[in-house]
Write a protein that binds this ligand. Structure first.
Ligand code: TXA
Ligand code: MG
Length: 341
């Protein structure tokens, strides 16, 4: 095992009690959520908020999500909270839904990157909620270096930030993909970043039409033609391992030609291809293989597999194509397409 892999196995978890102390003292702490780990700081500490951008190497014009333990904790920071927002919050919080509303004057501009709107969310993780109850609202982007796949395990945070960031280890994120981000200003709701909660589900509980064309079309657009001016974050490269990522269409039998030095990771989701690739793997030790028996499991494992591919110096990652049906499927297509482009 390489030194890098050894370091990866080390865990430096701190207790929630210690996390609360450190956050109150103005430190940045990584906390678990059900989607991905967050790199959190108290909104009472502007220097800590600023240092999040520096730590991540994040462009200063990309705003952060404000996390709270409850709706009540978040309400002072938004304007225009309506029955529709309330219905959404009642149905989906705590959970993987981020709502963007007009910001109140109480929100530090370093959180919103100077915009007049703010993104808010109540995460569904017992440790995050325990911390937030004691610290009050925390601003947190995903706990990864800018451009890298999000962190879905405490060890991923250690890999990216080493000793510079203490982590509360809340186990592997149960969802593994970032929250749905919804533009929920006035009556024109719109999905800016697809996630596990889809437009239809929001429409059902809140009786509001949510435009999700960008979420669906985006998957076929390249970064350059991205027409989503509302969410600064979506214009940046995301979720990207070092390896070249490609879709694998087994039916077309267009299996790429390998040279002996090319190491390839196959990620399959169907039983038939599972066994076919296992056979290939037995014959060629440059072939690696991960299999997800369901797309929910693929969602949970994807970033971990991207990250382990980086540690193993994989050159090419081939992901078996699938026909997206559920919001999870569409979210996977969105994130994989972004890793490809
Ligand atoms: O699941 C998640 O959402 C995770 C966990 C930690 O909560 N957080 C997360 O944060 O993914 P981040 O910063 O990596 O992604 C937040 C996205 C970015 O694309 C950002 O541009 C967008 O939300 N965003 C935040 N505030 C915004 C605002 N006021 N207007 C438009 N987009 C906003
Ligand atoms: Mg992120």
């Amino acid at each position: 095992m390489s030194q890098l892999n050894g370091a990866h196995d080390m865990s430096h978890g701190i207790s929630t009690h210690e996390a609360v102390q450190r956050l109150r003292d103005g430190e940045v702490v990584a906390i678990p959520t059900e989607t991905v780990y967050g790199l959190a700081a108290s909104i009472e500490h502007p220097e800590a908020l600023t240092s999040i951008y520096t730590l991540k190497g994040r462009p200063k014009d990309n705003p952060m999500i404000l996390h709270g333990a409850s709706i009540e904790q978040l309400l002072p920071f938004v304007e225009g909270w309506s029955d529709v927002h309330q219905a959404c919050a009642d149905a989906f919080w705590p959970g993987p839904l981020t709502l963007i509303l007009r910001a109140s004057e109480r929100i530090p501009s370093v959180v919103t990157a100077g915009l007049d709107t703010v993104a808010i969310r109540v995460p569904n993780h017992p440790l995050a909620l325990e911390i937030l109850e004691q610290t009050g609202p925390l601003a947190a982007p995903s706990a990864n270096l800018s451009g890298k796949p999000s962190a879905t395990k405490a060890s991923h945070v250690n890999d990216d930030f080493g000793d510079a960031v203490a982590v509360v280890d809340g186990d592997q994120a149960s969802i593994g993909l970032e929250s749905t981000v919804v533009w929920a200003v006035e009556d024109t709701w719109r999905i800016l970043r697809p996630g596990l909660i889809g437009a239809e589900e929001i429409d059902q509980v809140a009786n509001i039409t949510v435009d999700d064309t960008s979420a669906r079309v985006e998957a076929t657009q390249s970064e350059e033609t991205d027409q989503t001016p509302l969410s600064p974050g979506t214009k940046y490269r995301h979720y990207t391992p070092k390896a070249k990522v490609l879709w694998l269409d087994m039916k077309q039998h267009t299996k790429p030609e390998f040279t002996n030095t090319t190491s390839i990771l196959f990620i399959t989701n169907s039983e038939q291809n599972h066994s076919e690739i296992e056979t290939l793997k037995r014959k060629n030790n440059a072939v690696h293989h991960h299999h997800a028996s369901t797309l929910d499991l693929l969602a949970k494992q994807l970033y971990d597999w991207f990250r382990s591919a980086d540690r193993q110096d994989i050159d090419i990652i081939l992901i078996e194509q699938f026909k997206p049906v559920t919001p999870t499927d569409f979210t996977l297509v969105n994130r994989i397409t972004r890793a490809i482009n």
